[in-house]
Each structure stands twice: as structure tokens, then as C-alpha cells.
Design a protein around this ligand. Structure first.
Ligand SMILES: [Zn+2]
Length: 106
């Protein structure tokens, strides 16, 4: 059994879980519900993690997770502020430079 992916919250893990289900790769989720262990462990150890049960599936699962990650990131391109022209990361609703709200983000 091997860990193939982890991130800071279970919600972000969902697309990766869906990908593995689609590929019929047997897996389990660790730390799906964060316990009281935070503070005693290095915090990344307490993050939700996807583990693949069959070692033969690990390479495929990792490749699928990487592809999913690329998909997610390309879903949301950076945007240029129509007011000042500054390039903003997709996660920003407002221009970080001039606080203009970009209409494309609504
Ligand atoms: Zn701006």
C-alpha cells in the first residue's frame, strides 16, 4: 500500500478520488476526518491522504493524480485586470493591485 496524494483538505481531494474510481483503482482515504492529533504530528502527516492498496497501481494512480492536478489548475487561468492591466491569479476575485472586481470572475 502506498500513498499517492495528499492535500490540506478533503474537499480538494475529491477530484482525485473521482479519478481513481473512474480508473477502478482500489484506494482508501486516510485522515478524511481530521482528528485531534494535530499538534503532535508534523502537520502534513495529518492531512487527508489517498493511499493505493495495490502496489501495481501506484504508477498509474500517481500519473492520474498529476493529470488531474494539471486539469484543475488549467481550469482557472490567470486573468488580466481590465482596469489597470495587472495579471491576477485565478483565485483572486479582486485585482490585487487596484481592487477592481473583474466581471469575468462573477
Ligand atoms: Zn487592477
Amino acid at each position: 500500500m502506498k500513498k499517492v496524494y495528499q492535500c490540506s483538505n478533503t474537499l480538494e481531494l475529491q477530484p482525485f478520488i473521482e479519478t481513481l474510481k473512474r480508473l477502478d483503482i482500489k484506494h482508501l482515504i486516510k485522515n478524511e476526518y481530521i482528528s485531534g492529533a494535530i499538534g503532535e504530528l508534523p502537520f502534513t502527516e495529518a492531512w487527508p491522504q489517498i493511499w493505493v492498496l495495490n502496489d501495481n497501481d501506484v504508477a498509474e494512480a500517481k500519473a492520474a493524480c498529476r493529470a488531474t492536478e494539471t486539469d484543475i489548475n488549467s481550469d482557472k487561468p490567470d486573468w488580466d485586470c481590465s482596469h489597470c492591466g495587472e495579471t491576477n491569479h485565478a483565485s483572486f476575485e479582486f485585482c490585487w493591485q487596484c481592487e477592481h472586481l473583474d466581471s469575468q470572475q462573477l
